[in-house]
Design a protein around this ligand. Structure first.
Ligand code: SF4
Length: 252
């Protein structure tokens, strides 16, 4: 790798060329990689790309990827009016689990979404799956065990708070022998630990967003508006030319 490439990093999010996903007929040649921008990972890390692509030569991985891509396509419908979407994510998960012939599903949920977990579990069961569900508070471990002080707990020093315990949550599901784990509302960071310790394939039904009805993309969709423009402060204070009132706590 030459020095100029070393100073770069992969930045697909900034790419407007999309050499990796050309609009072309299926028998057209793929566009040359040299046409991609210099920050393209295909140009910067060809050996990594080649090695990663070879993983699909493994029979199990290839089959999993094949079924996932079939499922992806089945979520759309090509109509004379154009491409339409067909099903919500919950049904997508159910259809994919059936394709994989999975019988036993794990549900790793946040205690704050207990009602949603019960409904999800009932729905999965009524679709023929056996469901193992594990709450984030499993293990009954006080937060002091990982070094939290009283003033670092949600409800203050006086009350007992057991910690979110994604490692134990993952290990219970590993031990229960589930085929696929579905995450429901785990906190940021707790989900990271869960992924690190869970040995079976995972998918996410929903992530937690405490103020946006568990729809974090609402902040992204509103990032160019005055309503959530504050999320861009620090990278682009101009905010599309609109005057933004910067709250005290983010001015420093
Ligand atoms: S892989 Fe390359 S061509 Fe594709 S989006 Fe990323 S930078 Fe662009």
């Amino acid at each position: 790798m030459d020095t100029s490439k070393k100073e770069l990093k992969s930045m697909c999010a900034k790419c407007d060329k999309k050499i990796c996903y050309p609009l072309a007929k299926s028998d057209d040649p793929l566009p040359p990689i040299e046409n991609a921008p210099p920050f393209c990972p295909m140009r910067r890390l060809p050996d990594t790309i080649k090695k990663a692509n070879s993983e699909y030569d493994r029979t199990e991985i290839r089959e999993f990827a094949r079924l996932a891509s079939i499922q992806e396509a089945e979520c759309y419908e090509l109509t004379p009016e154009g491409l339409r979407t067909k099903i919500p994510r919950l049904e997508e998960i159910i259809q994919f689990a059936r394709k994989c012939n999975y019988q036993k599903l794990g549900l790793a949920f946040c205690d704050g979404l207990r009602d949603e977990a019960k409904i999800t579990s009932d729905i999965l069961e009524s679709n023929g799956f056996s469901v193992v569900s594990v709450c984030c508070k499993v293990g009954q471990v006080p937060k002091e065990h990982i070094g939290l002080k009283g003033n670092e707990k949600i409800m203050g020093a006086e009350l007992m708070e057991t910690m979110c315990n994604p490692i134990t949550q993952a290990e219970v599901l590993n031990e229960e022998g589930v085929d696929l784990v579905i995450l429901l509302g785990l906190c940021v960071g707790h989900d990271s630990l869960f992924f690190k310790y869970c040995n079976v394939p995972c998918t996410v039904l929903a992530v937690k967003d405490r103020v946006l009805a568990h729809n974090p993309l609402a902040a992204i969709y509103l990032a160019n508006s005055p309503y959530y423009g504050r999320v861009k402060i620090g990278t682009n204070q101009k905010n599309s030319g609109k005057k933004v009132v910067i709250p005290e706590n983010v001015r420093k």
